[in-house]
Structures are given as structure tokens and as C-alpha cells.
Design a protein around this ligand. Sequence first.
Ligand code: ADP
Ligand code: TYD
Length: 207
Amino acid sequence: MKKGIFLSLEGPDGSGKSTQIKYILDFFESRGYETVLTREPGGTSIGEKIRDVILDNENSEMDPMTETMLYAASRAQHVAQVIRPALEAGKVVICDRFVDSSIAYQGFGRDLGDCVAYINEYAIMGCVPDITFLMKLAPEEGIGRIGSGEKDRLESEEISFHRKVYEGYEYLERTYPDRIIGIDASRGIEEIKAEIQKQLEKLIEKK
Ligand code: ADP
Ligand code: TYD
């Protein structure tokens, strides 16, 4: 039985997820909650190895279905080993990307469609976030923020790919309005932080 709070952050690469996650962590810790901060792909030692395979620029021949299944494999391990036990112990789990990333990047970006959600049903077995913050920022801007540093295999994709991913996120926001909260991520860091904190206050009031 799930007792904790499961929160995920989503959005294009460079949209400010890692920046805001630190404030979200502070929010819960300063109120005495036990927290687990984690990310996908990764979050377990098996998952981190899978992450290296997926993001390696040398793996340019990777088939989209292989990519989907690797993300799902990393997720299955993550749910079983980290997320579900933490939630059962009443902790707050804060996850940088989760299943919505697969639907946006593989379902929409790679044009694989509905099979991505089906495959992931087996990976998560009902473990769905209570709340998801979607950092809404034009993909061009996110990529611009990352700058000219070394890009991984997904970040190196054409802008047309990232636009399709963004359409996927907009679809998800429309489809799951009770869970997914869209955040205008083009604003300053402090303004975004204040809006997220307001939403978190509401969440803990309801719990
Ligand atoms: P993500 O985790 O989504 O890839 P990051 O939090 O790492 O994004 O942010 C990407 C870059 O943009 C970092 O250099 C970060 O300092 C910067 N950044 C984050 N939030 C903002 C913001 N609201 N406005 C401008 N730059 C930002
Ligand atoms: P990461 O480097 O953690 O994201 P960011 O660049 O936003 O900090 O994520 C690795 C990449 O993997 C990112 O481009 C999104 C992509 N991804 C998918 O394509 N499918 C998925 O299921 C997940 C979790 C991530």
C-alpha cells in the first residue's frame, strides 16, 4: 500500500528541472519529510549502466524500440528497487523524469505511438506519480540554455525531434489535467520556484 508522495518533473532538455528540484527537496526537508531524490534513466546501479548505453553518442544505430525498452527496463528496476519501497515507507520520492518522458520522447519524438504506454504499464505496475510538474519551455530555448557543451545522444537530435517531443508533453498535459501541472518555465528561477511552492502547499494540505 502506497503511503508516501510521488512527485515527478518533466520537460524538454534544459528546461530547468534540476534547478527547481533542489528547491522542491528543500521544501519537503524543511518540513520534516523523509525524501528520496532520484532520476531517470538511472536511479539504481543497473539503471545507471542502462543510462550510459542509451545516451552514448556512439550508439547511433540504436533502434527506437530498443531505446524504448531500455528506458522501460531502467524504470522497472527503479520502481522495484527504489520508488515503491520508499513510498511504502511513507517517504516523498522526487524523480527527475518518469514515464511521461517515454511517452513524449519515444511515443511522439520517435513516432512509436501508443505501444510506449503499454510497454511501460508493465514497468511501473500502477506506480504513477501523485503530481507532475511540466516545465514548459520552447525546445529551442532549452537547448540554447544547455549551450555548446557536450550533448548526449538524445540532446544531439534535430530540433524537429524536440518539437515533436514538446507536442507529446502538451498532449499529456491535456490528457491528465489532475496530475500534470504546467509551469511557464520561460520566467526567472525565483518566480517559478514561488509558483511550484504554492502548488506543493496545496498538495500537502490535501494529504
Ligand atoms: P534540466 O535539468 O531541465 O536539463 P537545468 O536545471 O540543468 O535544466 O537548467 C539548464 C540551464 O539553464 C542551467 O544552466 C541553469 O542554470 C539554467 N536555468 C535554469 N532555470 C532557468 C531559468 N528560469 N531561466 C534561465 N536559465 C535557467
Ligand atoms: P537527462 O540528461 O537526465 O535530462 P536533461 O537533459 O533534461 O537533464 O535525460 C536524458 C535524456 O533521456 C533526455 O534527453 C530525455 C531522454 N529520455 C527519454 O527519451 N525517454 C525517457 O523515458 C527518459 C526517462 C528520458
